[in-house]
Write a protein that binds this ligand. Structure first.
Ligand code: NAP
Length: 465
């Protein structure tokens, strides 16, 4: 099998790689297991030094890494540089906080001493997506390696150069060779690897079908998983909000990463009183977005990562229109080389049509009207996903209601949903389970060991004396 790196802006094949053979996979699995036996005992301050070095490498070579990301999956270069910087941030965050997150927790019981002790599990398989090709990997790898685990990366097949660059960063940072390895393999090789006894757990960031598949393999083998899956995030705007700020943030929230983000706002639910003004301003700003070569600093929207994503979007727009939706701008692929799709606004999408709450992975927004807060929450929660949510209101009572009632892993009030190493990240419903980032993320792949120590006993020798 061949794994190809193809520039989505030009269609040019940049590089091809042969997928690993069974023998090569075996060697890497064994190296992973062998490395874990020693790496797990590396003192925390030594792990921290290596993780800080990884952060330094990311900062120093961020322009080089950004170019690899942009040419391989099409994100605008400014965003790619920011992604490399964010990876440095998560490495520093865990280099500095892992000790505290994993310190023994003393618990008062009837024992002389009892406490919770965190220990690494072993080799963890990370199945990762192409949309944030560095960030998704680092937010798994930084906590996993700081906890004393070792990582095996099965990256998306369209970003092999990113996958190899990340492996190289950890090597240059001084981590042992088997601490973090990239496996250039197709998804068909995942079942055998995850079923191998040397692999102890898996994390998958990707689509719902991929999550179901990996979770069922792990389930059969009784292995822990974390799933970070898709989303159809609502973005709700109420009358008391600052409308201009809400509109400009809404456009950014829909089109970030060319619209290919799990936490991109996908459904805009606007109170009837302000709907017309929101719609007019939103459409104007979507029309004005600079589209073009993602290597240009001024580009806001680049190409979609693969031709298949363009086809999927066309299909979704057509299904929405067949169910009565109107296109206010865009609606089709652009007549130029590369996987470009016009920024699109759909209105009057029938809430009974499946497409109304599917994940739309591209710059296509759907606008809905809500008569009141209850209707806004009902529309927001209608999807089977539950990743992020954003609600705009200056009314404290409404804020409290959104926080309580939105079915999502996060609620951002008057702000755009974003990940931050200091805050947990993850979803409910079909968006997955488990959490990444903060102390919750580093405690996903550890043995939470209960230790109970009784009163000292008199020795037998003492008794007979
Ligand atoms: P994808 O097609 O599910 O692929 C993700 C990864 O899973 C790739 O490495 C892929 O390998 C692998 N894969 C696919 N099917 C598999 C299977 N049956 N068994 C084992 N592995 C399998 O998703 P994507 O298109 O790369 O990424 C977009 C999706 O990721 C969206 O749904 C997005 O919302 C989600 N996402 C979620 C988060 C989050 O934190 N919740 C963050 C980012 C993205 P191949 O490339 O070789 O097929």
């Amino acid at each position: 099998m061949e794994i190809a790196s193809i520039n989505p802006a030009t269609g040019e094949t940049l590089k091809t790689f042969s997928a690993l053979s069974g023998e090569q996979i075996e060697e890497k699995l064994q190296l992973s297991a062998d490395t874990f036996r020693t790496y797990r005992h590396t003192p925390m301050d030594e792990r921290s030094r290596m993780m800080q070095r990884a952060a330094d490498i990311l900062d120093t070579d961020k322009h080089e890494f950004a170019r690899v990301m942009t040419t391989e999956m099409g994100k605008p270069i400014k965003a790619a540089v920011a992604e490399a910087e964010k990876c440095a941030w998560v490495c520093r965050y865990y280099a500095e906080s892992a000790q505290q997150h994993l310190a023994d927790l003393i618990v008062e019981t009837n024992a002389e001493k009892s406490f919770v002790h965190f220990q690494p599990l072993g080799p963890v398989l990370a199945v990762m997506p192409w949309n944030f090709p560095f960030w998704q990997v680092f937010r798994f790898a930084a906590p996993a390696l700081m906890a004393g685990n070792v990582g095996l990366l099965k990256h998306a097949s369209n970003v092999p150069q990113c996958a190899l660059a990340i492996e190289d960063i950890f090597l240059r940072a001084g981590f042992p060779k088997g601490a973090f390895q990239t496996l250039l393999i197709g998804s068909d090789a995942v079942e055998a690897i995850l079923s191998d006894a040397r692999v102890v757990a898996a994390t998958l960031t990707g689509s719902e079908p991929a999550g179901r598949s990996v979770a069922s393999i792990a389930g059969k083998n009784i292995k822990k998983t974390v799933l970070e899956l898709g989303g159809s995030d609502p973005f709700i705007v109420m009358p008391s909000a600052d409308l201009d700020e809400a509109v400009s943030t809404a456009v950014k929230a829909r089109t970030i990463n060319n619209g290919q983000s799990c936490i991109a706002a996908k459904r805009f639910i606007v109170a009837t009183e302000i709907y017309e003004e929101f719609e007019r301003k939103f459409v104007d700003q979507m029309k004005a977005l600079p589209i073009g070569d993602p290597l240009e600093e001024s580009t806001e929207i680049g190409p979609l990562a693969t031709p298949q994503i363009v086809k999927d979007l066309e299909d979704q727009v057509q299904r929405a229109m067949a169910a009565g939706a109107r296109v206010l701008t865009g609606g089709k692929r652009m007549g130029r080389t590369g996987n470009f799709f016009e920024p699109t606004v759909l209105v009057d999408v029938d809430l009974r049509a499946a497409v109304s709450c599917e994940e739309i992975f591209g710059p296509v927004a759907m606008l809905f009207r809500a008569q009141n807060i209850d209707e806004a929450i009902r529309i927001a929660n209608v999807t089977s996903f539950g990743l992020g949510s954003s609600a705009w209101t200056n009314d404290r009572t409404e804020q409290a209601k959104f926080i309580e009632e939105l079915e999502a892993g996060s609620v951002f009030i008057n702000g755009m949903v974003a990940s931050d190493p200091r805050l947990p990240f993850g979803g409910v419903k079909h968006s997955g389970y488990g959490r990444e980032l903060a102390e919750f993320g580093i405690r996903e792949f550890v043995n939470i060991k209960t230790v109970w120590i009784g009163e000292p006993q008199k020795s037998t020798k003492t008794k007979t004396e």
